[in-house]
Each structure stands twice: as structure tokens, then as C-alpha cells.
Design a protein around this ligand. Structure first.
Ligand code: PLP
Length: 408
């Protein structure tokens, strides 16, 4: 189904300028619906929550509505399973702090060499208290990790496995339900970084069977904010990192020191408003979870077409190496596409493309283990083009023309 471009350009005023946004894995544009919710909160009474007067109770309800919206977005069983915060990096740091209160010297955590640092660093810091780190490595030249390699690393002391849902370099989707099964059979917890996946597909934490799942709202058409899902009993068991007199039963507030931004929490309702309006503009009049699933299903088809347009061009060049799966299949990848060009520095290519008004990016994108492992000669990482549903085939064609211009 062709996307309704009038609807999209009205929903994202920023798309109507001269800049083409193909660095969406860095951050997406914000839907008008989100800005409306934010304004509604900020122009209402701004008071501290938790008091007995009416305005305080009303603001408390609005923040709770924001938390509930995030629960709906992730299909969590209840709003208390959502911890809100500024960024995924901060939330995963808080999670590591809370969980490790009960871990002792010699306990083990499995990280990967293909995650973003946000789901590596917080766990590696625990080495200071004697936690042993093991690394699940991507097999050479593969884009999907091997479950047998994970099984070989799991042991009776493994407390947690930290893995990404989709790589922010490869764009490949990892089989989280299968990973969860293996991890749970060994008695460990699973913490999934969903940042590179959530802007592209409906997340269902219950179907994924993740114990913890984090994503960044600001890459998913919302404001600069993030959420961490924790299965209720797993959150209940975690330590308290808030005021010292909070008990462990205070879920999720014990994980939100200093509170999350109230207005940004409320603005998350706007992401659902947008997805509902998107579904309606494409012929599906539903609300809530059904609208979210319908909207992302339509987006996935369009994204697959965008991926195929760029990948078919890249596959046709004998001087290009695609870093990741070279197929567009929506079951395999999201439209985050990385590549390198023989004898051309990624830095120089991207700066030339900048001049055409198209924003792409080069580097390691903080997935340093993955990019270092590629042993690239240039030292300036990969070129990454990261599309989302509001990009058009025409924009991909313009990018291809720009890449042709800088071809040597
Ligand atoms: C895959 C992935 N995980 C985590 C992060 C960190 O997100 P945040 O900026 O919310 O800390 C990013 C940011 O680029 C990312 O791409």
C-alpha cells in the first residue's frame, strides 16, 4: 500500500524543509501529536505529584497515563512494569545498579560484541565488584549470532544475558523468543536493547518473553525520553536505587531516582495518537494495541521497499561491501543499512553527501566491538543510512544519485 504522503507531511512539519533525514537511527522526527500532548501538559497546572490537592492528583493521573501509553506500546501486562527515564543508556545503568545489589563475586553476566555500548558498559562496570563478564561473539562474516555459542557460555552462575533486538549497524533482527528460551532454561534473566527495533515494528514484550526491554522514545517519533520494561516479578526482586527509605515493593518508583520528566512522560500518549492516526489514514480504524500493530505492519512493507531500493543499488557496485544482510526482507532486517566503499573513506563520502541536503552518517555508532571487529582499513567506520517509514523512494533515489556523484 502506498503511504499517505499528505498525512505524513502534516504529522511531521520538519519533513517539509530542505533536509532529507536518513539518520533516523540517531533520532527520529517528532510527530505533531507528541508536541500537542507536551504543550497540553506544560500549559496546564505544573505542580509536584503526590500532594492531596486537586491539581497534584490531576498531574499524577496524566503521568500515569503516559506510563500506561508506554505499557501499551510495548504490550506490557501492567503500567507498573514501565520504568521511565531520560535515555536508554541511563535506564540500563540504573538496572545494572539495582540488580547487582544481590549479585556476589563470581556471578556471571553475558554481554555481546555486537551491541551498542548502552547494553554493554553498565554490565562491564560490575567487574569492579567481582562479576565475571563473558562475551557472546558474532561468528565471523555472520549477521546473526549463534545460539549454540550462547549455550556454551551459560552456566549455573549466569545471572543475566544482555543482547540487542536489532543491531544498529547490521539492521538484522535477532531471534529474541528463541534466545529467551535458552536463557530462561538456564535460570538467567534476559535484558534486551530494543532501541534499533522499536521505531520499525510493534514490540510485544510478552511474546518476546524478555525480562527487561529498553527503548528510546526519541527515536520512535517522540520526545527525548526513554522507557525500560521489567517483568513485574523481576522488577519487584530488583534492589532499590531511589531514596534509602523506599522499599523494594515500590515498583517502579524505586527505579526512578528523582522522578522522570512529567511532561515528557505525558507526551508519550502522542506516539500512540500518531500511530492511531496513521492507521486510520491508511484505512484501519482501530485504537490502542490494534492500531499500533496495524500501523507498524503497513510501515514494515514500505520500509522493505526502501531497503530493497538502496540494497539493490549497493549490491550492483563491486566496490561496495554491505555490512549486514544484503536482503531487504522485513522478517530479517530493519532499514538500517551500513556499508563501506573500497578506497574511499566513509568520512569523506558522508561529507560530500551532506552537501546535497541528505543527512546520513559515518562511524561506529557506539557499537565499537562490532565495527572494530570488521578491521576496516580506513579507521572512520561504516557509512550508515537509516530510514524509517516517513522516508520516500524518491529520497533513496536522490541518495543513490549523490553516491554516484562521489564515486571514484
Ligand atoms: C541500539 C542502540 N541502543 C542504545 C542506544 C542508546 O540510546 P540513548 O541515547 O537513549 O541512551 C542507541 C543510541 O543510538 C542505540 O542505537
Amino acid at each position: 500500500m502506498p503511504l499517505n504522503e499528505d498525512f505524513i507531511s502534516d504529522a511531521f512539519p520538519a519533513l517539509n524543509g530542505d533536509q532529507v533525514f536518513l539518520d533516523n537511527a540517531g533520532g527520529s522526527q517528532v510527530a505533531r501529536h507528541v508536541a500537542d500532548r507536551l504543550t497540553q501538559y506544560l500549559l496546564g497546572p505544573n505542580v509536584q505529584l503526590g500532594a492531596s490537592y486537586a491539581a497534584s492528583a490531576q498531574n499524577g493521573d496524566m503521568v500515569h497515563e503516559g506510563r500506561t501509553a508506554l505499557a501499551t506500546l510495548l504490550n506490557a501486562a501492567r503500567p507498573e512494569e514501565i520504568v521511565m527515564g531520560a535515555t536508554t543508556t541511563q535506564l540500563l545503568g540504573q538496572l545494572a545498579q539495582a540488580l547487582s545489589q544481590d549479585w556476589v563475586k563470581g556471578d556471571e553476566v553475558i554481554i555481546t560484541n555486537f551491541d551498542h555500548e548502552a547494553n554493554i558498559g553498565p554490565w562491564t562496570k560490575l567487574a569492579d565488584k567481582g562479576i565475571v563478564l563473558r562475551t557472546w561473539e558474532m561468528p565471523k562474516a555472520a549477521h546473526s549470532p549463534d545460539l549454540d555459542d550462547l549455550k556454551a557460555l551459560l552456566g549455573p552462575r549466569t545471572k543475566l544475558v544482555a543482547v540487542t533486538h536489532a543491531s544498529n549497524i547490521y539492521g538484522t533482527i535477532n531471534p529474541i523468543p528463541e534466545i529467551a528460551k535458552v536463557v530462561h532454561e538456564s535460570g538467567a534473566l534476559l535484558c534486551v536493547d530494543g532501541v534499533a527495533f522499536a521505531p520499525h515494528r510493534a514490540v510485544d514484550v510478552q511474546a518476546l518473553d524478555a525480562d527487561f526491554y529498553a527503548f528510546s522514545v526519541y527515536k520512535t517519533y517522540g520526545a527525548h525520553f526513554a522507557a525500560l520494561y521489567g517483568r513485574y516479578d523481576a522488577l519487584l526482586a530488583a534492589g532499590n536505587i531511589n531514596h534509602r527509605f523506599f522499599t523494594r515493593a515500590k515498583v517502579p518508583q524505586k527505579m526512578e531516582p528523582g522522578n522522570a520528566s512529567y511532561e515528557l512522560a505525558y507526551s508519550c500518549l502522542g506516539v500512540i495518537d500518531y500511530l492511531e492516526a496513521f492507521a486510520a489514514a491508511h484505512g484501519t480504524n482501530t485504537t490502542g494495541r490494534a492500531a499500533i500493530e496495524a500501523a507498524f505492519a503497513i510501515m514494515a512493507d514500505h520500509e522493505e521497499a526502501l531497503s530493497e531500493r538502496l540494497l539493490s543499488y549497493l549490491r550492483g557496485r563491486d566496490d561496495v561491501t554491505i555490512i549486514g544482510a544484503d536482503v531487504a526482507d522485513k522478517a530479517i532486517r530493519v532499514p538500517t543499512i551500513s556499508f563501506v566503499i573500497d578506497r574511499q573513506s566513509s568520512d569523506a563520502v558522508v561529507r560530500e553527501v551532506d552537501k546535497t541536503g541528505i543527512g546520513i552518517r559515518f562511524g561506529d555508532f557506539y557499537s565499537r566491538g562490532l565495527v572494530d571487529g570488521l578491521n576496516l582499513s580506513s579507521g572512520d567506520g561504516v557509512i550508515r543510512v537509516s530510514a524509517v517509514h516517513y522516508n520516500t523512494l524518491n529520497q533513496i533515489d536522490r541518495l543513490i544519485a549523490a553516491l554516484e556523484e562521489v564515486r571514484t
